[in-house]
Design a protein around this ligand. Structure first.
Ligand code: FE2
Length: 328
């Protein structure tokens, strides 16, 4: 097992198939969505309270600091300076048909944080063919606000995705169950504590997706993992890195997440000022490893709280899976 940055390879030409979850899937999904909706009213109230407190929050202090120092324009320009972060994950256990499998990882779009962001992202991904696109949540800027506009922008972004296996998504802590319904109307396969099998010929791997483990705490990894065979190669989509121990214990090979924005503001040599994650610091940005599982916490695409980034560029993840030959 290893992880490196970069180097392109050719893509597959064998048909790729997404298998739907089994017979109990529909009942489990409606229970999962109902569970999230129960939490939404509580979360929406908490969000309003946090807006009331925003006059003393760190974002406000930062906003004033950037305005006073004249750095606000520079920090806002940084927030639109996306780069393609190319990562290669190598595994001996990867099924042969998935050698060279390319994944576009988009997270924390907060797509209505700037009107020009959707256009910009569309242009950045429209000429990048991949095998699968994975969306790990936070489509909206503010919970329950600007939903119509955000949906319009998300439609534009999704129309730019060039993925032969389509898109799979999960919800983040800025999203509502209604956002899942909308994304599904665009053809995105949303996973609410569920999993899907991806087949290429005789080989397959599994993608599991949990609901938000950070604010909503509606994640149910055992339910998502329930149908996955013990010997499967499996990837977990979670909004935040906070269930990394549980995922490693269940034998996941790769954990993809965002949520932290890598702090948005970093100090060179020190790292993020804030991470908003109940994990050790090393899980809050970039690639990491826990036991036999690799993870990637993306710095994300949009911004929340404050449209600003310093020494922490927003990123579009381009992940390639490679099969590593055994030394034995
Ligand atoms: Fe976010």
């Amino acid at each position: 097992m290893s992880v490196t940055e970069s180097k392109d390879r050719t893509s597959h030409h064998v048909p790729l198939v997404l298998e739907e979850c089994g017979q109990n899937g529909k009942g489990r999904r409606s229970r999962a969505l109902a569970e999230r909706q129960r939490h939404e009213a509580r979360m929406y109230k908490a969000h309003k309270m946090s807006l009331l407190r925003s006059c003393v929050d760190p974002g406000m202090i930062l906003r004033v600091g950037l305005a006073v120092t004249g750095l606000r324009g520079w920090a806002a320009k940084n927030a639109m300076s996306h780069w393609h972060r190319k990562l290669v994950f190598e595994y001996e256990s990867l099924p042969a048909a998935f050698d060279g499998f390319r994944i576009l990882h988009l997270t924390d779009l907060h797509i209505n944080c700037r009107p020009e962001l959707a256009d910009h992202i569309h242009d950045q991904i429209k000429d990048v063919p991949v095998d699968l696109c994975l969306l790990t949540g936070d489509y909206l800027f503010r919970v329950g606000e600007g939903e119509h506009e955000a949906h319009e922008y998300m439609e534009h972004v999704i129309s730019g995705v060039k993925s032969r296996g389509g898109c799979i998504g999960i919800l983040g802590n800025h999203d509502l169950a209604s956002n899942a319904t909308f994304l599904e109307s665009l053809g995105v396969r949303m996973l609410i504590n569920e999993s899907v099998e991806i087949r290429i010929g005789e080989d397959s791997l599994w993608i599991a997706g949990v609901d938000d483990p950070h604010d909503y705490k509606c994640d149910d990894l055992p339910a998502a993992d329930h149908e996955i065979p013990d010997d499967a190669f499996k990837i977990l989509m979670a909004h935040s890195p906070e269930i990394y121990e549980e995922a490693a214990d269940l034998g996941y090979q790769l954990y993809l997440c965002g949520h932290t924005h890598a702090g948005q503001i970093q100090i060179p040599g020190i790292g993020p000022l804030m991470s908003k994650s109940r994990t050790p610091r090393r899980f809050t940005h970039g690639t990491w490893r826990h036991n036999d599982m690799y993870g990637y916490t993306s710095s994300g695409i949009g911004a929340s709280g404050l449209f600003a980034r310093m020494f922490c560029p927003p990123e579009i993840g381009l992940i390639e899976l490679r099969r590593k030959e055994s030394d034995r």
